[in-house]
Design a protein around this ligand. Structure first.
Ligand code: MOS
Length: 714
């Protein structure tokens, strides 16, 4: 490999983004574009008794209004295999197919008009009367416990037991039991979700905010009973998503319905408030973690039980239990996951889904075990280091967590931690905390195509997305490296179903999956160049010119092999946090945050660091800010806006220290990259929570920890 891989290359798409040249879904302007506004449900459960559109129809600019009484019946054909981004079971929401209401915010009608303000104005004039039913809105009782055992049908991570964890816990010399939770979180990407649909006869084009254009095509084809070949989905830029653009949400279907009804291109753009209900969210999760250890702090029992939220129409389960099974060496482990059905929209993956929740529970319990035993929390992790994935009983393709601990501790200045409550800086109580981070590394089959032109330009094409992690840049680096071309000559084109098939842009798999495919395609092109080249040392474009060729193309697929059966793979990290608390005013600040990560080969340290600080900020959000406040009396989110839904901003965030340790993981894939977007969110919240305990001597186990908690009684 030449020097371009591993270089801090600035984003190749940066200039297009800062100059406004980069076009996002809502910004395309097909000829004759009309605009739509949704009318959404005001009750959590019941039926539409009557819908009156008379006044709305007469409003200026209105072209049509679609609702359950006048909507075409859509087939909603079953897919052979449910895409992994969808809920595991249940029925997706079928738009405008009946009068049933299942949650506040459910789209019940759509108004199409000549302009966006006209559509929104008319939408307010649609009168709906309801028949109310008793909703299910209770996720937790006053003591924080779940209201019922919950539903166990969903099984992304079925319950498991190795050894006998409950018996081992009962006889353990040291026992810790922790109940903890995090709030319902909303992705709140800067770019609101939007779809523009346009029909040309029986062919449909969708400009969509999507992390997986191929899947949008697949699902819309099934919903409308069409051939996939008749649908094109275009999504060149995604302004943040964090998992919210993985699924094909109802508004995509609505856009296609609208465009067919009025015979024009139509745009559906969600408002910020609708982004709380028309897409998904990270479900609030309550957990019980029980750890049993011997007198040296070695775990011999781990019990992890979790209750998550789901909707009335789908069961969405997360990988919450994985960390309990894989992070530490422990002979007896039992895990259990239950869902509580609520009258809300379906949850969906949000950055490090499940894993960030699971590490919160496990790492909080580990920190309480360390405190109870008087063992330094870092030392406790070292004593329980897992040399293999004991859950799958497989070796890791690579694991440099030990170096993460060492480098992170050294950069933080973590020596043996002083006693809780002993660090002071004037009026500030100062505390330290740490945690382990783990996120499974996966890889899927991907195809990429490359075209070399006689003018020396190379175009790389694959249907993947770039929601911000730097896909354009990293893929250009892989191509430049493989073909020894200057990066300026490489154009990366992505986000279009006309391009070679790519897997979901999520789960931190893009570098390992798409990167490996781009490498394979470039190698295939290089192989085609060899016989043309003979013995000369001409540049590739000179070879093409000499043979009178305008271009040379190659395409290749790359997919996981036996290594995925013989090994387990994960990215690892160690997070160290310092907080400052003013107990009189309730002020709580993160003053330092250090993360050291083993993510295999780092293709671009500049964008990799950017990914990590974004993930760490997400972790600060989980610890201190983010909460969609659910009112069980009304069955709705009370703060569905960016004024009241708090996210960490720069003023909440210290300089973030990121290090990468470890080696390229060439067992996992030919590039050696393990993926890093999600591991960086894991471990941050429990490290901060323990730092708050270390500063104040008080345990807060329900995230986010807010001013009112610090000022409140225990
Ligand atoms: Mo990520 S939650 O897989 O976009």
């Amino acid at each position: 490999m030449n020097a371009i891989i591993g270089q801090p290359t600035p984003r190749v798409d940066g200039p297009a983004k800062v100059t406004g040249q980069a076009r996002y879904a809502a910004e395309f302007r097909p000829h004759g574009l009309a605009y739509a506004a949704l009318v959404t449900a005001a009750i959590p459960r019941g039926k539409i008794a009557a819908i009156d559109t008379t006044e709305a129809e007469q409003a200026p600019g209105v072209l049509a209004i679609i609702h359950h009484e006048n909507c075409e019946r859509l087939p909603y054909n079953e897919l052979e295999k449910r895409p992994q981004v969808d809920a595991q079971s249940g029925d997706q929401l079928r738009v405008f197919q009946g009068p049933e209401v299942l949650f506040v915010g459910q789209p019940l009608a759509v108004v199409i008009a000549e302009s966006q303000p006209q559509a929104e104005g008319a939408a307010r004039l649609v009168r709906i009367t309801y028949e109310l039913d008793e909703p299910s809105t209770l996720f937790q009782l006053d003591d924080g416990k779940p209201p019922s055992e919950g539903n166990a049908k969903a099984g992304r991570v079925p319950e498991s037991e190795r050894g006998n964890a409950d018996a081992a816990f009962a006889t353990a010399p040291v026992q810790v039991e922790v109940w903890c939770s995090h709030a319902r979180e909303q992705h709140n990407a800067m770019e609101p979700h939007a779809t523009i649909a346009e029909w040309d006869g029986d062919r449909l084009t969708l400009w969509d905010k999507s992390q997986w254009v191929d899947n949008v095509r697949l699902e819309i084809a099934a919903i409308f009973g069409m051939e996939q070949e008749k649908i094109r989905v275009i999504s060149p830029f995604v302004g943040g998503a964090f998992g919210s653009a993985l699924r094909t949400w109802p508004h995509v279907t609505i856009a296609a319905l609208c465009a067919r009804r009025v015979g024009r291109a139509v745009r559906v753009e969600l408002t910020r408030r609708q982004c709380f209900t028309a897409i998904g969210f990270r479900p609030m999760t309550r957990m019980r973690v029980a750890l049993g250890a011997d007198a040296d702090g070695r775990l011999f029992s781990t019990v992890h039980e979790a209750w998550g939220q789901t909707s009335m129409y789908e069961e969405y389960a997360e990988t919450t239990l994985e960390p309990a099974r894989t992070t530490y060496s422990c002979p007896n482990v039992r895990t259990k996951y239950r869902l509580i059905e609520l009258n809300t929209n379906s949850p969906c993956p949000m950055r490090a889904p499940g894993q960030s929740t699971g590490t919160l529970g496990v790492e909080m319990a580990m920190n309480e075990l360390a405190a109870q035993m008087g063992i330094d929390p870092l030392e406790l992790r070292r004593r329980n280091y897992a040399d293999r994935d004991e859950s799958a009983d497989k070796p890791w393709t690579s694991k440099a967590l030990w170096q993460c601990y060492e480098v992170g501790a050294q950069r933080f200045g973590w020596t043996t931690r002083p006693p809780a409550g002993s660090l002071r800086d004037g009026r500030w109580q100062v505390g330290w905390g740490m945690a382990t981070a783990i996120y499974h590394a996966d890889r899927s089959a991907c195809t990429a195509g490359v075209t070399l032109y006689a003018d020396g330009r190379l175009v790389v094409r694959t249907a993947t997305s770039d929601m911000g992690p730097g896909t354009y840049t990293a893929m250009a680096q892989v191509a430049a490296d493989t073909l020894a071309l200057p990066i300026e000559r490489i154009d990366v084109e992505i986000g279009d179903t006309e391009m070679p098939k790519a897997p979901v842009h999520g789960g931190s798999i893009t570098m390992a999956s798409v990167g490996s495919a781009v490498r394979a395609a470039c190698e295939a092109l290089r192989d085609k160049l060899v016989p043309l080249r003979g013995n000369d040392k001409d540049a590739p474009e000179a070879v093409l010119q000499r043979h009178g060729l305008e271009m040379l193309q190659a395409e290749a697929e790359s997919k996981p092999g036996n290594e995925s059966k013989d090994y387990a793979s994960a990215a690892f990290g160690a997070v160290f946090a310092e907080v400052r608390v003013d107990p009189a005013l309730g002020i709580l600040r993160v003053s330092r945050l250090v993360g050291a990560y083993d993510v295999g080969r780092v293709i671009n340290p500049l964008v990799a660091r950017s990914q990590c600080i974004g993930g760490m900020m997400g972790g600060i959000g989980m610890a201190l800010h983010e909460s969609a406040e659910w009112d069980p009396a009304l069955g709705r989110v009370m703060n569905a806006n960016l004024a009241e839904y708090l996210v960490p901003v720069c003023a909440d965030t210290p300089a973030l220290d990121v290090s990468f340790v470890g080696e390229p993981d060439l067992v996992f894939n030919p590039l050696g990259a393990k993926g890093l977007a999600e591991v960086a969110l894991c471990g941050v919240a429990p490290a901060i929570a323990d730092a708050v305990w270390h500063a104040t001597g008080r345990r807060f186990r329900d995230m986010p920890i807010r001013v009112e908690d610090i000022l409140g009684e225990d």
